[in-house]
Design a protein around this ligand. Sequence first.
Ligand code: ADP
Ligand code: MG
Length: 474
Amino acid sequence: MSGFDKYNLNAALISALDKLKFSQPTQTQSACLDKVLSGEDVAVEAKTGSGKTLAFGLGILNKLAAAENETAHPHSLVLCPTRELAEQVNYQLQLLARDIPNTKILALFGGVALAPQLASLRHAPAVVVGTPGRVMDIVSQGRLSLGGVRTMVLDEADRMLDMGFSDQVDWILNALHDQLRQNSVTQQSADRLQTLLFSATFGGKIEALSKRYQHQASIIRLGDDAARLNITQVAYKVPSDKRAYAVAAILTEKQSESAIVFCQTKVEVVELSEQLKLDGFSVVQVQGDMEQFERSNAVNLFSTNCANVLVATDVASRGLDIAQVDLVINYRISDDLDIHTHRIGRTGRAGEKGHAVTLIDDEDEIKLIAFNAKLNEDIPIKGGQSLRFHANRIKLPQYVGIQLDAGKKQKVSKGDILGAITKLAKVPAKDIGKIQVGPQKALVAVKLRSAKRILAMFREEKVKGKRIRARKLS
Ligand code: ADP
Ligand code: MG
């Protein structure tokens, strides 16, 4: 008996939950699922890593599965503040929708060519997950009609608005309401639009946002912050010119397998990454000056344990769900408590334990004290002199990443890849880590000792009747 049984979910969703091995709703899901599923407007403020995506995902997909005969697509629109988050939410919804027949879910975000996205829209998706800018572009070009939308989700709603996307979000919502109105004139039966807002930190603005975007909404607040829960925090006092050394020291002292280091600027990200590479760490970076494919590759390498350290700006602070991040380091403390909460919330997810370390100097100490006061917390401050870098204790990644030039478009599945590697290359399954299959590419994490053999196999053999190009990513 699953804890989800009582919700009267579509059988396809029950079976997907089963495959995902989700047997009990999280506290956040228990608190809002009834209302979400009954079509009400709900605004949810709940800590990072508490399963908000599944809460709205079930809402969207249950309604979609029940509306088989409705032809107007997209049926749902999810807006996210960053491209990486849109990609991830898209992926999670696809996993959840896998047993609902013919459910196309499409991510639309900037930084990548528009043409392929427009081509995918020729057959309208049931669900669109996108960033406000790109969605607005496409809608304003008349390439996507929002007249069929019945559920609208703003994930990380507060962030979208204070990142300066509020004009785009307003534009999209106006377009949506206009098109809905036109439809209801012709069909007379258009259902009401359900609007859902989610974030870990509305910072007191939840009522205002709800008033602006929702209709008679229930406001659900769970706990007040991420900090107190699974995440142990500490701050070290370190002079500015010793910060890079302190990061290296903390990484080796904690023996972290999977750490994210947050910087304030793109330049800091580049410089710190270079330094940590010189020290011998396996590092990837994410910052706004990189091409989108490089950003995606970095996140994928990190989340498949092909790199132990991700150095990033705040583009990576919102929403990203990467399992087993055991450490977050703030190279510089954020000016904003909400951003701090989201950064540290990349660790300690889904009930796991996490550590967060913040480097501060005298000036930053004032910010930290203010955070402590607001959170009613007491993050201990230690002297940085005690931090020591141990070159012989650097953790190296368990895997190297092999990228394949084939994905879902080419009808290549995880099973196909696993089958080819174990049968054709005769590599034991224990040498294969996570496999991620994207729209056009796939990433396979493999033990270094088997990498050559796998690359040779892809050069020599056909998989599913096709020659697939494979290369090592670094
Ligand atoms: P949030 O958006 O609240 O920060 P996510 O939606 O990203 O959190 O979920 C965090 C993690 O918890 C994800 O890895 C997700 O797969 C997992 N998760 C969500 N719901 C459940 C559940 N009911 N049981 C187990 N794991 C879950
Ligand atoms: Mg989230």
